[in-house]
Design a protein. Sequence first.
Length: 450
Amino acid sequence: TVKQPTQSLVEKDLQNVWHHISAYNEKSQPMIVDRGEGAWIIDHNGNKYLDGMSGLWAVNVGYGREELAQVAYDQMKKLAYVPMTQSHEPAIELAAKLNDMLGGDYMFFYSNSGSDANEVAFKIARQYHQQNGKGARFKFISRYRAYHGSSMGALSATGQAIRKYKYEPLSHGFLHVAPPDNYRRPKGQSIKEYNLQRAQELEDKIIWEQKETIAGIIMEPLITGGGILIPHPVYLEKVQEICNKHGVLLIIDEVICGFGRTGKAFGHQHFNLKPDIITMAKGLTSAYLPLSVTAVRKEIYEKFNTGEENSHLRHLNTFGGNPAACAVALKNIEIMERENLFDRSAELGDRLQKELKELSNHPYVGDIRGLGFLLGIEMVEDKITMEPASNERVLKIVSDCKANGLIIGKNGDTVAGYNNILTISPPLSCTDEDLEFMIAVLKKVFKENE
Ligand code: PMP
């Protein structure tokens, strides 16, 4: 088949499609992606790029999986749609499978996106407290730099001011505390001490805000989109203790960390945690179809549907738990288990970190950190002052990588206006050759930018 020349597509695109800012804010030609194979995406001109971000941290099993296309096709032909008010086998089997992965104590509510899953979590938490006789616990605490979604509630929980301030007023009752940023901790303080202090600040917030008003705390196991901030285990374990002590629900956002990204099935499994609510999306289907889920501890679920008037969750969405999406999720998990991708993620991440260790001598690299196949490279202007690298410097690395066939991301502290952390989150299905390619490009680009 003859492809349309890219230029005409670009023009049509510019005339009709409203993109997220990043599609057209680079000086280079925007990319119109034609197809994907394994860890690679191919544009309309036939250029190949290793997708070092898995799209938006999502395509965990890689592109072009026929099994996933087939299972979606088969399911759509058999039964394309069932509303949430009924049930169907793929939804039932998927919830049972997820429960096996989590140890069996959860109930699962389906929706379509990570934002949706977090909205559902907030509604469940508020209603739970009311029906548990605990009155109006309505506030949520999250962290600065965290991203939890773009709908009004999820955006309220998001701790990145730049994404929010033009849409005020947002939901009432969303509070923020600082996350541990170990690289930038005060001089002389140990990582452990610093993490305990950050957790203490969270407890102080709960107390100052009147603990009887706090419904829940939402956090990722590690902050991803805000610049790969990995806590010391004492931090999350202390957070769990604080939640238990004050009757606050612990909501863990596994939208990015879930499904192998950090080298385990779920990011929170690195720590000794028992979340009350867990939200998942992206890697659940490896983004082949939209699906998300809010997992809720049975003890919480039992306060719903008690027979008392209006004790059920008032949340409905048309597409939630779509049969084809559920069937794809099941097959996606089967692929991950068959190919041992959770362990593979840990292995690839270790190798990537080891190979890139030498970059810590680079004049503009302040810190390299990661967990599983998820890496952050924090760029600075000056290693001593740790002044964040300029946007131009960071963008140069990103665009040089792209010119060499590797897509990487940049994230950071948008509250302070810095976007100085390069992020790398490739498909877990990367081959050894893919990994070597990625390492070679990064080394070359950093060398050229010394
Ligand atoms: N939580 C986290 C941690 C995320 O990274 C994202 C998306 N980047 C979301 C929630 C929202 O997911 P979605 O874009 O599917 O609404």
